[in-house]
Ligand binder design. Structure first.
Ligand SMILES: Nc1ccn([C@@H]2O[C@H](COP(=O)(O)OP(=O)(O)OP(=O)(O)O)[C@@H](O)[C@H]2O)c(=O)n1
Ligand SMILES: C[C@](O)(CO)[C@H](O)COP(=O)(O)O
Length: 229
């Protein structure tokens, strides 16, 4: 399986002066935890790390320190996650028929979830890992800050990554998104906009996206708990 890692963000919500994926989490950088899970997965054979050029030397050091034996490729990222993934798709080998996309910031992913998504991708053209939401979600009118509606929680899932797709339709959806000016925060939204089916694979409650300093503290707690198991 081919896997693309969007890792070219600026970490604005983290308030960091450097890529948040290079921040320490216990004894190694955030990205090292993500790559360690990918290294341990049975299904991934090819990895494309999508990063900003200034970060690539540090990323390469992490890959070397982990002794990654899988084929690792470096892909320059874009100004948005959507653009970074598009660049990643362009860099895939022509023989790649399916691809998993996993945020570098989701560093607590397990190899088992990666492999479950890879297996599910053999049966459907599009999928995402997701978990049911626990909070009641409100739709709020931005102008008035008044609640506009409360969707039925039983139908609400929090999307995670890995997300997986057949390469050809996903590339077509990205192309259409560029033509239409669609701005999306995950790749499944492009599939949905194009009317293509996306299956949900049960994710993991611990598969958080390290976005803010609080997320780093939570991730450290989870890793310490795992260390005790
Ligand atoms: N131009 C971008 C923006 C984001 N990402 C990646 O997409 C994932 C999810 O993005 P997010 O958590 O939002 O990261 P940042 O964009 O860095 O965070 P912020 O929005 O707070 O700046 C991250 O692994 C990030 O590195 C990317 O590859 N290219
Ligand atoms: C792809 C994603 O992780 C699914 O929840 C999320 O949409 C990424 O959002 P971000 O704002 O780019 O972190």
């Amino acid at each position: 399986m081919y896997l693309l890692i969007p890792a070219a963000g600026s970490g604005r919500r983290m308030g960091s002066s450097r890529n948040k994926l290079l921040l320490p989490l216990l004894d190694k950088p955030v990205l090292a935890w993500t790559l360690a899970a990918i290294k341990a997965s049975r299904s991934v054979r090819w990895v494309g790390i999508i990063g900003q050029p200034d970060d690539l030397p540090d990323f390469k050091e992490i890959v070397i320190s982990l002794g990654m034996t899988k084929c690792v490729h470096w892909i320059p990222g874009g100004t948005t996650r959507q653009e970074s993934v598009y660049k990643g798709l362009q860099a895939l080998p022509v023989v790649a028929e399916r691809v998993l996309i996993h945020d570098g910031a989701r560093c607590l992913v397990t190899p088992e979830l990666i492999d479950r998504c890879a297996a599910a991708l053999l049966r459907s053209p599009g999928l995402i890992a997701a978990v049911p939401v626990k909070d009641t979600i409100k739709v709020v009118a931005p102008a008035t800050q008044l609640i506009a509606s409360t969707p039925d929680r039983r139908q609400l899932w929090a999307a995670q990554t890995p997300q997986g797709f057949a390469v050809e339709p996903l590339t077509r959806c990205h192309d259409e998104g560029i033509r239409q000016g669609w701005e999306v925060t995950d790749d499944a939204a492009l599939f949905e906009q194009c009317g293509l089916p996306v299956t949900v694979v049960p994710g993991e409650e611990s598969n958080l996206k390290v976005t803010t300093p609080m997320d780093l503290a939570i991730a450290e707690f989870i890793l310490r708990q795992r260390g005790k198991e």
